[in-house]
Design a protein around this ligand. Structure first.
Ligand code: SDX
Length: 428
């Protein structure tokens, strides 16, 4: 017997089916609610609302669990590689050796971007924030690959668009950085692996040899794995809703990059470092800033803390915190803001305000410290998040298209004027 919920409004009752997921999460299916009752639900920020069913990523916020296609984030971060995780998310299974070698080779041979993109890049003044440049360059791919605009393109055609984007995003990201600092761009070096190639495009300068430090490349690969997907977060929901109008993959991902930019979402990793540096400049008094974070009249928030889903430790934050210690130790770096971060965390984890609200460090709290140690500039932190999240966005967009989901179009409760008659301006 299928489980049902009963909604009683006045003297009427409505039965609604209960949907149960593979991890026994339960949801009330309200897709028939308005037709049967004339009612809609209201849930600003969708804190209690599921937008879709998905087989890609599972989170348990209470237990601090994160799995991609059933594989734990701890296992993947320790034993896999970013491109293998990208394959897993997008195609639904870990690749066999030959398939993976083919996948990697295809990615490697699509890393070059059209020379005309340089003209677009030249239109952005130096100091342009790389996230705005990146979103524009991704959108520009619709011009260089007009066939990608076809919403009902063949599966082979969609797969080519996917591989082009995974291959080209690091090149566009590195070029956005070079544009920001007014340096000449570097072309991809197809002899290198994904992360090493990105680092070389980011940091190589003319007339000098650039050797990639494997410690840095490996740390970056782990960070990209940790950011690869996270179910229906703000930017992924943006990618899905833009794609639901049958907009192209490139248009949908460009929108996702813009949504990620916000400081409450992916932009938090840049905001965390700016916050920690501000505390350091102000003398490093972590107690003063904890009091500000709890003061409702103070706009200061402890960036990198709190999460819509995790009401326990963000499992990614645990892995990144340990990786931060390892990387700084291996590189012989002593970063004072790491100690400030640990001091804030120590106080917050026993402070009633944070404990009561279940505010724990999230993925963004420590990631900036590693990026800094890897030599990544602060303005590029959210770009790194976008590089990591790309396969997740692609997998979610692909799932939405393959499931033929309807266009996303929420309803509303209207609170404006009732009907008013127009009064000509000379009679107002
Ligand atoms: C990411 O969704 C995802 O999965 C996102 C992400 C992903 O991988 O895609 O995990 C990546 O975006 C991580 C989050 C990065 N953002 C930040 O670190 C910004 C700081 N955090 C907050 O702005 C906040 O915690 C959010 C936005 C993350 C979550 O906000 P919610 O779920 O809407 O919660 P809320 O704002 O309603 O806060 C609940 C209470 C409030 O206090 P009361 O009104 O109940 O008294 O907690 C307080 C808030 O004031 N609060 C904080 C706080 N975060 C929440 N107080 C101080 N410092 C904070 N960081």
């Amino acid at each position: 017997m299928a489980e049902k919920a009963t909604l009683t409004v006045g003297d009427k009752s409505y039965e609604l089916p209960i949907v149960t997921g593979t991890e026994n999460e339960k949801a009330i299916d309200i897709s028939s609610l308005r037709a049967s009752s004339g009612l809609i639900t209201l849930d600003p920020g969708y804190k209690n609302t599921g937008s879709t069913s998905s087989a890609i990523t599972f989170l348990d916020g209470e237990k601090g669990i994160l799995r991609y296609r059933g594989y734990s984030i701890e296992d993947l971060a320790e034993k896999s590689s970013f491109l293998e995780v990208a394959y897993l998310l997008i195609y639904g299974n870990l690749p066999e050796k030959n398939d993976f070698e083919t996948f990697k080779s295809e990615i490697t041979h699509h890393t070059l971007i059209h020379e005309d993109i340089k003209s677009i890049l030249d239109g952005f003044p130096s100091n342009s924030h790389p996230m705005g440049v990146l979103s524009s360059l991704v959108s520009s791919l619709t011009a260089f690959y007009p066939e990608s605009l076809d919403p009902n393109r063949s599966a082979i055609g969609v797969d080519l668009s996917i591989k082009r984007l995974i291959a080209k995003l690091p090149t566009m990201a590195a070029w956005a950085f070079k544009n920001e600092i007014g340096h000449p761009v570097n072309y991809p070096d197809n002899r290198l692996d994904y992360c090493s190639n990105f680092l070389k495009m980011m940091f190589a300068v003319p007339s000098e040899d650039y050797e990639v430090d494997p410690v840095i490349a490996n740390a970056l690969d782990k960070l990209l794995i940790l950011h690869a997907d996270h179910e229906q977060n703000c930017s992924t929901s943006t990618v899905r809703i833009v794609g639901s109008s049958h907009a192209s993959l490139y248009a949908s991902i460009a929108a996702g990059i813009s949504a990620l930019w916000g400081p409450l979402h992916g932009g938090a990793n840049q905001a965390v470092i700016e916050m920690l540096e501000g505390i350091k400049r102000d003398g490093g008094d972590v107690n003063k800033y904890m009091a500000k974070a709890k003061d409702k009249n103070d706009p200061f928030r402890l960036m990198g803390f709190g999460h819509r889903v995790y009401k326990n430790f963000d499992p990614r934050a645990k892995i990144i915190k340990k990786a931060a210690d390892d990387v700084l130790d291996k590189l012989g770096i002593d970063d004072p803001v790491l100690e400030i971060a640990k001091g804030l965390e120590e106080i917050a984890l026993r402070d009633e305000y944070f404990v009561e609200r279940k505010l724990y460090p999230n993925v963004d709290f420590y990631s900036g410290i590693i990026y800094r140690a890897l030599g990544i500039p602060t303005s590029m932190f959210t770009v790194m998040f976008a590089l990591g999240r790309l396969p997740g966005w692609i997998a979610q967009w692909k799932e939405m298209r393959e499931n033929k989901e309807p266009i996303g179009r929420p309803r509303q409760v209207y609170t404006g004027n009732q009907k008013v008659d127009f009064v000509p301006i000379d009679k107002r």
